[in-house]
Design a protein around this ligand. Sequence first.
Ligand code: GLY
Length: 313
Amino acid sequence: MQPKLIIHGGAGSSLKGKGGIESVRRSLSQVIEEVYALLKSGAKASDAVVLGCQLLEDDPRFNAGTGSVLQSDGQIRMSAALMDGTSQRFSGAINVSRVQHPIDLAHHLQSSPDRVLSDYGAAELLRELQIPLYNPLTELRLEEWMQERQENFVKTMAGVVAEPELVENAGRGTIGVVALDSQGNLAVGTSTGGKGFERIGRVSDSAMPAGNYATIHAAVSCTGIGEDIIDECLAARIVVRVTDGLSLPEAMKRTFAEAHKNQRDLGAIALDATGAIAWGKTSEVLLAAFHDGEKIGDTLESDEGTLTGCLEA
Ligand code: GLY
């Protein structure tokens, strides 16, 4: 079967001008090209998802891994999850620090009897696995935090991309990857630095089934305000609708109409087992790109009022 791939680098307010769009497009396209080549070579969906998440975590523009936002106390705490649709198995790490690729912990935990670890346990696992300590802090994120500190944290979240000139009042950064491999297996991974400036101990949706979920029928990764995603139980809601027989476009339409009515601020990317590619957003822009088997496309210029989009298989 023809592999399919969709990735995101967060959702938020409109990118400023053509320059902003082109620079995010370049970042996303590079990741799509590398990960799609792996899928074409016969790799498993879950391995492609891990590679995609690692590449997006390494891009300091996005709020995951390097470039993660700082929390209210000036520390970085990241969360990531992986779900394999074929085994219907979820694993994740919550509020982990000092690691380059939080998705690696989620990957390791796929075969562990304890599959979701939080801060102290995740740090212990990093030590056990002898994963080298890594500081994901960037100058821009530190400046953003210092500025907010001076203004006494009036903002409730940080910028979606670490380039203040590209977005206006943006928040809601996360990265995510959904893949369908040549054997027809689905997998999804999501990774985030959180909202930025949040209370210590706040838990992101990204390492919950609300933000990252898959069965053999569909797989979804979410971005946006974690509390909104949790309240809608967004990823699991879309996947369960498809699993119960709704088409992916219908499941997306119904779910995003509900989220819009509830005034949520969020986005999602999705694939189903037939190879349909879909996305949805209530925010102004969703930073997503995909490979449909023939070419790369993206959602960067989709209309502000558009809630969902779909490419049928
Ligand atoms: N969606 C990322 C977060 O709210 O933590």
